[in-house]
Design a protein around this ligand. Structure first.
Ligand SMILES: [Zn+2]
Length: 244
């Protein structure tokens, strides 16, 4: 059951955007936050939940943002865990981008109506600063993903996608099928299978029945393109610049 968030003495450190807010900003926002749980499924109720609110993932929740062409081809354009927020582009005004949001790892989140968030941003410079900086982070990530998809092999991109999941989920094993990875990478399933078999033979990963375990993270980093490390550095540099 969804429970309203009680007026908290301590801010929820589980979400890094919420924990970055000054105490008075969080005090204004917290009465509007409702704790929910997003489960793993591509079902309608989940899509409706995601489309009507801004969600701040906490704990283990990780959501994959999938873009698609008019003919139905798809590719992941974002992976959001407790470092960020879902639907945050709506703070810029207008409606939400037409993308699918698929729960990659189930978990809880705090959600708030976007119009409430926008009205609070009008009167709270600190909240506005934290959210707009995160919007900039998302734009950097989307640009990096587009560049990676255009230039790097399926095998390299598979490694990048696994590293992104390790960074956000922070645990093994992952629940990940070849079919899901084909959707994420915008590649044919046969190409995903070839890349996964090569990683398994090299002792980098193991997988069985949709459960994937990273056995050798340094080797996974070596097999990946430079995009994971490059994007991580850019996002950290942005945080340092904002903190100065
Ligand atoms: Zn790349």
């Amino acid at each position: 059951m969804n429970q309203p968030v009680l007026r908290l003495v301590n801010r929820p450190a589980e979400n890094k955007l919420l924990s970055a807010l000054p105490a008075d900003s969080y005090e204004r926002l917290s009465p509007h936050l409702v704790r929910v749980f997003l489960d793993r499924a591509d079902n309608v109720s989940e899509a409706v939940q995601c489309s009507e609110y801004v969600h701040f993932p906490i704990g283990t929740l990780v959501v994959s943002i999938i873009g698609h062409t008019p003919s139905g081809a798809s590719a992941e354009v974002g992976l959001i865990g407790n470092e960020g927020a879902l639907g945050v582009m709506t703070v810029l005004g207008g409606s939400r981008a037409p993308m699918r949001e698929i729960v990659d790892a189930p978990g809880p989140a705090y959600r708030v109506r976007p119009e409430v968030l926008r009205s609070l941003m009008d009167v709270d410079a600190a909240l506005r600063g934290v959210l707009l900086q995160y919007v900039l982070t998302r734009m950097i990530e989307i640009a990096g993903t587009a560049t990676c998809n255009a230039h790097h092999s399926v095998g390299q991109r598979l490694c990048r996608a696994l590293l992104m999941r390790l960074q956000r989920i922070g645990m093994n094993p992952m629940s990940l099928t070849h079919e899901r990875m084909a959707t994420v990478l915008g590649a044919r399933r046969a190409a995903i299978t070839r890349a996964a078999v090569a990683l398994r033979r090299a002792g980098v990963i193991s997988y069985s029945r949709g459960r994937l375990i990273v056995l050798d993270r340094p080797a996974l980093e070596a097999c990946s393109c430079e995009c994971f490390a490059g994007l991580t550095q850019k996002v950290e540099a942005l945080k340092l610049t904002a903190a100065q």
